[in-house]
Design a protein around this ligand. Structure first.
Ligand code: FAD
Length: 495
């Protein structure tokens, strides 16, 4: 039986393993950690708290369903989710509070009531974003940008007329500031740059298509939390015969001539016709392929932002908060200058608070909440993180306490911290960047590493550091693109 080895069990690696198993390969997943998930892992803290460690916002759930359907299973038998009626609660320093309803109509009405922007204006904006998304997603997200077939496909005929409106020659912020006058709405729309670790003051206007996912398609919550995505997919993979081997770090991708022939770990060698790396592409080349020429221009692209997360057990509940909550900074531009130019953290950063116990009550004891409190920070470049963690903790407590009119510090019963150093150490993400390279220039999409390499046959790449990008949906798409490029298993010769 033809063999495939997958290096890493992040969401991209798990999805690739499922797709290759369905294709007829005998798949082994080698994972350095003691369990699966990579950034999509979970933490528990004393006192009965559970946290999704990394991703918290879930869009395009049908990409998860597709894997069950592909394997001939009913998705609902493994994995259930609900569409959120409210996507996010927003808080500004001037006291403005705004509820981002999932329904585009309700959201536009709320924006009119709270920010004075005519509902029609936002509505037309979201409709335009939807039109552009549909004209471009198949070309830019669902296919390799590095294969001629993509450009010969009929989808390109839909994409070409949309190009002038995509905002390739302007920044996200400039496009939003042109479309709207209220600085709070501009800030809200600029924030979507952070969904792939970028800076709205540098990233191209194309990223303004991201809100389409939340407002026109929806934000979702899996039953049991985000970790349930990884859990249910690993269950499916195991049923399909995929073998997961934990605590087994791949040290080398074996090469013969121009072909990858398998991998070597501390425990032994695994020969395979297909090798898929779900490890960040930078260490894949630097550590696993040290003798192969590396695509330097690609590997040297600036990194995306990272995150500093405080996981807090909180000894009371806050009815004014929801699953997703944002406490905006006063000066957004300065915040991004700190992240991308100064390699530091602003004194007044935007704070994101995710509380899964709102929807999964067993994630915290009765009368308590589990707060995942995140600040966007630069990738790890050797900063004095201990000092930044201390300062940022104070800023966060000051800001959130002021907005909610309650002293939050006195409510913290238990705490864990994950910073860029820890993210790098725990997931091998180069410099702790959450999304591989940033999308801060208009060529970024084309400069991401492809899902294959023309230099080594049999080697494929999936996950957030390669095409089409980071975040759960794009990692799932990377697995689809890579698996579609893998040749079918040859039928046994007839005798
Ligand atoms: P990773 O999660 O990077 O996992 C790679 C795996 O490979 C790891 O398990 C690692 O141990 C293993 N590995 C590496 N090297 C080796 C080796 N040599 N041998 C064996 N195993 C190896 N996305 C969203 O969609 N929504 C969000 O709200 C969101 N928020 C985020 C918040 C945080 C704090 C973080 C950290 C991420 C967030 N993301 C979010 C991004 C999302 O989590 C990632 O894009 C995605 O999970 C990355 O998956 P991946 O397939 O690239 O693999």
């Amino acid at each position: 039986m033809a063999k495939a080895v997958v290096i890493g069990s992040g969401i991209g690696g798990i999805a690739a393993a499922i797709r290759l198993a369905v294709k007829g390969y005998a798949v082994t997943v080698l994972e350095a950690n003691a369990s699966f998930g990579g950034k999509m892992t979970q933490f528990t803290l004393p006192g009965g708290y559970r946290f999704d460690a990394g991703p918290s916002l879930f869009t395009l759930p049908q990409l998860v369903d597709d894997l069950f359907t592909l394997a001939g299973r009913a998705p609902q038998a493994y994995f259930r989710y609900q569409r959120l009626p409210i996507v996010t609660q927003y808080f500004w320093p001037d006291g403005t509070r705004l509820t981002a309803h999932a329904s585009a109509d309700a959201f536009a009405r709320e924006v009119e009531a709270k920010l004075g922007i005519p509902a029609d204006q936002l509505h037309r904006h979201l409709q335009k974003v939807a039109r552009l998304y549909h004209a471009t997603a198949n070309t830019f997200l669902h296919k390799s940008l590095h294969k001629l077939d993509t450009y010969l496909s009929p989808d390109v005929l839909k994409t070409l007329p949309a190009l002038p409106e995509l905002g390739l020659t302007t920044t996200m912020h400039a496009a939003n500031a042109k479309a709207f006058s209220d600085p709070r709405l501009i800030q809200l729309l600029d924030r979507y740059a952070t969904y792939n670790g970028s800076d709205p003051y540098q990233a191209p206007g194309t990223l303004n298509l991201i809100p389409h996912l939340e407002f026109n398609i929806g934000a979702f919550y899996p039953e049991g939390g985000i970790y349930a995505i990884a859990e249910s997919l690993v269950k499916l993979a195991e049923e399909l015969g995929v073998e997961f081997r934990y605590n087994e770090t791949v040290q080398e991708i074996m090469v013969l001539g121009t072909r990858a022939t398998g991998v070597r770990t501390g425990q032994g060698t695994y020969s395979a016709e297909v090798v898929v790396s779900n490890m960040d592409v930078v260490p894949t080349y630097r550590k696993l392929l040290p003798n192969q020429p590396a695509p330097e221009r690609t590997l040297q692209q600036p990194r995306s932002s990272s995150a500093l997360i405080y996981y807090w057990g909180i000894s009371r509940t806050f009815p004014e908060l929801d699953l997703h909550n944002i406490f905006f900074s006063q000066n957004y531009q300065q915040e991004f200058e700190h992240i991308f130019q100064k390699g530091s953290v602003a004194e007044d950063p935007t704070v994101y608070v995710n509380i899964t116990s709102k929807l999964t009550p067993q994630d915290a004891p009765t009368g308590h909440e589990n707060w995942f409190v995140m600040v966007n920070v630069p990738h790890n470049a050797g900063q004095n993180w201990d000092e930044l963690i201390r300062q940022t903790r104070q800023s966060v407590l000051r800001k959130v306490s002021h907005s909610l009119g309650t002293d939050i510090a006195s409510l913290i019963t238990v705490e864990k911290i994950w910073d860029p150093r820890g993210i790098e150490a725990d997931t091998s993400s180069f410099a702790g960047a959450l999304y591989g390279s940033s999308s801060n220039n208009r060529m970024a999409a084309f400069l991401r590493h492809p899902n294959f390499t023309s230099k080594l046959k049999g080697l494929y790449f999936v996950g957030g550091s390669v095409h089409p990008g980071g975040g759960i949906p794009l990692c799932l798409l990377s697995a689809k693109i890579a698996a579609d490029l893998v040749p079918p298993v040859a039928a046994p010769a007839q005798t």
